[in-house]
Design a protein around this ligand. Structure first.
Ligand code: ADP
Length: 315
């Protein structure tokens, strides 16, 4: 019986290995396709988008529908939306509503199946993807840091501005941590992968990513639930920090914890690929619709789960 059980477990672990190999192969395929697209653009001789320093373009989604290749149903359905320069937007909704897909469309990783995305009134497809993606700094669900030095992680393009990087680390609350590291910015990141690499807690990694996003002076900042590992209070604090530090950018915040995004200028509730409610937190609460119901439900859950949070989650 022991041998049989051992063999069965071994078979299960083999199955897991194949599953993760398959998953990795899908990622590689996606990456290859995307790189292929960038290469083709070079041949199509598209224009590179050049923005004047400090200029934030207005983005308009005009009746945008998006369907993944091979899928029957579109994920985004006839979405129309204007993002004013400097606006702080929050995108909320249940899992599978299409929030991440919206971000991928916004950042230019995908193009609309129908409809158009306008940048200062010009169809985005006129510009190269590479120049468009450069307009974004983002922290995504799967974002991480590389097993390189902090310097290389924070300034991946190599154009070093030590004064500014220190400023960004200070803003991200990492000054003290950095002072304790004997090698400073040359400290290796990637404990467990690189010998001699420093240890960083989950919260510190989040702060490093904040510093990196701040260092890149892009007109758009996107946060797509990078804080799943943090508790609700820490997430709420981190989101507010991003908000305070990115006043001169257009920002899009995504979180399934509604309390984290309630300070945004406009909150969009996405349901089944459509914006069903839009307004400030107060307006949506007064409306007594789906947002208000979800917010109340979550507040109740967190109050029960974490006794100390009660005050923070209240309206
Ligand atoms: P959310 O971020 O709101 O949880 P997503 O945008 O990740 O939602 O997903 C919306 C829908 O699109 C889901 O049904 C998901 O299964 C599907 N989807 C996401 N990524 C892909 C993909 N690469 N190919 C096909 N379908 C996808």
């Amino acid at each position: 019986v022991g041998i049989l059980m051992g063999f069965t477990n071994w078979c299960y672990s083999l199955e897991d290995c194949f599953k993760s190999l398959h998953e990795i192969a899908l990622y590689v395929e996606e990456d290859r396709k995307f790189r292929g697209k960038l290469e083709r653009e070079k041949e199509e001789e598209k224009e590179a988008l050049v923005l004047e320093k400090g200029h934030i373009p207005e983005i308009v989604f005009r009746d945008v529908t998006f369907r993944y290749e091979g899928a029957k149903e579109p994920v985004i359905k006839h979405l129309s939306l204007t993002m004013k320069p400097g606006e702080n937007l929050a995108l909320v909704g249940l899992n599978g509503a299409g929030k991440t897909t919206f971000i991928k469309l916004l950042c230019g990783f995908y193009d609309p199946t129908e409809g158009e995305i306008l940048v200062d009134g010009v169809n985005r497809s006129r510009y190269t993807k590479e120049s468009w993606i450069r307009c974004f700094s983002g922290v995504f669900q799967e974002t991480g840091l590389f097993p390189l030095t902090l310097r290389e992680n924070l300034m991946p393009e190599g154009k070093e501005d030590s004064r500014r990087v220190k400023e960004c680390l200070e803003l991200a609350d990492l000054k003290e941590k950095l002072e304790k590291l004997p090698e400073g910015l040359d400290t290796l990141f990637g404990a467990g992968v690189l010998e001699g690499a420093a240890d960083f807690s989950g919260g510190e990694v989040q702060k490093l990513m904040l510093a990196r996003a701040l260092y890149k002076q892009a007109p758009f900042l996107v946060l797509d639930e990078p804080t799943a590992a943090l508790d609700p209070l820490a997430e709420s604090e981190l989101y507010e920090k991003y908000y305070r530090l990115s006043k001169e950018k257009t920002t899009v915040f995504i979180s399934h914890r509604l309390a984290s995004t309630r300070f945004c200028d406009r909150i969009l509730l996405l349901e089944n690929g459509k914006v069903t409610e839009s307004g400030t937190h107060r307006e949506l609460m007064e409306k007594q619709g789906s947002y208000a119901a979800m917010y109340r439900l979550q507040s109740k859950y967190y109050q029960q789960a974490e006794a100390g949070l009660e005050g923070d989650m209240e309206l």
